[in-house]
Design a protein around this ligand. Sequence first.
Ligand code: SF4
Ligand code: SF4
Ligand code: SF4
Length: 575
Amino acid sequence: MIKLNIDGNDIEVEEGTTLLEAARKINIDIPTLCYMKNINEIGDCRMCLVEIEGRRNLVASCVQKAEEGMVVRTNTEKIYNARKTMLQLILSEHNRSCLSCTRNGNCELQKLAIQFNIDNLEYDGNKDGIIDELSPSLVRDTSKCVLCKRCVAVCKNVQGISAISVVGRGSNSRISCAFDNSINESNCTLCGQCIEACPVGALKEKDSIKELREKLNNKELYVVVQTAPAVRVALGEEFGMKIGSNVTGKMVAALKRLGFDRVFDTNTGADFTIMEEGTEFIQRIKNNGVFPMITSCSPGWINYIEINYPELLQHLSSCKSPHEMFGALIKSYYAEKEKIDHKKIVVVSVMPCIAKKYEAKREELKNNDLANVDIVITTRELARFIKQNNIDFINLEDEKFDSPMVEATGAAAIFGTTGGVMEAALRTVEEILTGKELEKVEFKQVRGAEGIKEATLNINGKNINIAVAHGLKNAKIIMEEIKMGKSKYHFVEIMACPGGCVMGGGQPIHSSKERELIDIRSLRANALYTIDEKSVIRKSHENPVLKKIYKEYLGEPGGHKAHELLHTNYFRRFD
Ligand code: SF4
Ligand code: SF4
Ligand code: SF4
């Protein structure tokens, strides 16, 4: 342990603790901009400067380790002036168009400008930048970039991708992709984790609200919306509610006020995914198929395997993701049942994910030349759209999803968190293989934050090895084992985002300090587990709507019609 003094407080910390961490332990707040705990600790922005007695120069507290007997001051006039000068220099080169910026009101730079009372700027720098908007999912605006490198660190250290890096020197430095290409031509998986990490509006999702508004205003069209499990436990945060609040009823009420013709639940689609994926897994067991079989509902993960391991695509389940399956059923089964021209149906998905915007445009997902899903908006975009329409979200009375495709199980709800797809699949696979009702529906071995979780289940005397990985750096470990022929697994769940969809790249953004102090993943995931616990039906194969649609329309799970509508194929992205 190390003893030191910070702002007159004696404190003892473990060796290796930084001054910033030590100060935060005793509730002394030091401003930061480039810092993200364990991800980006580089001392670049100089906002966290502090004074150490006996040293002439100020030091960056996010990298300076505590030393025995140190006397540290965090809030002197000298420090204030140094931080303010740094902030003015950053702002002098910043495109300060707050009023038209998606981060207005949730911007770490804006908050610092208020905190340091920046009422005039003493310097004026080059505010030019490049807007890269070729990707269907992600927009980069370098005129708003403060070069904190948080995006670079997340992409490299958390996801193991390195699609973006710093190029150029000195005042010509900027974040870019290899050969200064668009991100659309890079190895980016569109996971959106860099957007979540960015403190300002330099990275954002491609906006789809304008297109949505046009569709909703066209009375010739029948506009249906569906919402993913993870959206309902995060949307409230955009309206100041506690992290992990379940706002399903208010969300449905808001969507009805926005003018959608029907409000459906993607969870119903998730139950179909389990039926199809579970059936595919059982068929692989019976027919000695390719193992491990890997889940296919995370489009960021699909992008990753197509780019990095195309030779292993046969390991992927051929199932479409839940919202695509559901979109296919809305434009076929539902359209026929309700006698609506399927060409006039517009399916809108509200997703926690930006990669789904790309996924929805994939040719191989179409049926009869029609996309299953026409527009994808993120949780953040839905919140903005609700605000633009003057809806008092907080005070809305709860409403229910529309019938007849309303039923969804607890298994579907947990799809939104790491381990959830595996747990939902096991509930169905084990019951079908053994022919016996499960004594306990929970598979807690696959829950939690660990990067790779594994377990062995004995089903009908056969050991089934399963694994769950989240975050693409962990996915790489699994894939390298498969590539080397050393994988012992039969069934693997992979989600691109660390924590799964609850932490997707389209979810509400929190500051680096909140991300450090609050376990956002757990709060959102626990809300989904509570939905599951309270559900009357907790296994996908017991969903009555699903049973009815198989009986009336699809035939057997994994059968010809189900394959036509609910399955797809993947391809090698680069030669
Ligand atoms: S990034 Fe922040 S400071 Fe810059 S324009 Fe947007 S809201 Fe304003
Ligand atoms: S979206 Fe993901 S892969 Fe692409 S640059 Fe951002 S963090 Fe990297
Ligand atoms: S794009 Fe955002 S996260 Fe990346 S360096 Fe610029 S400001 Fe930082």
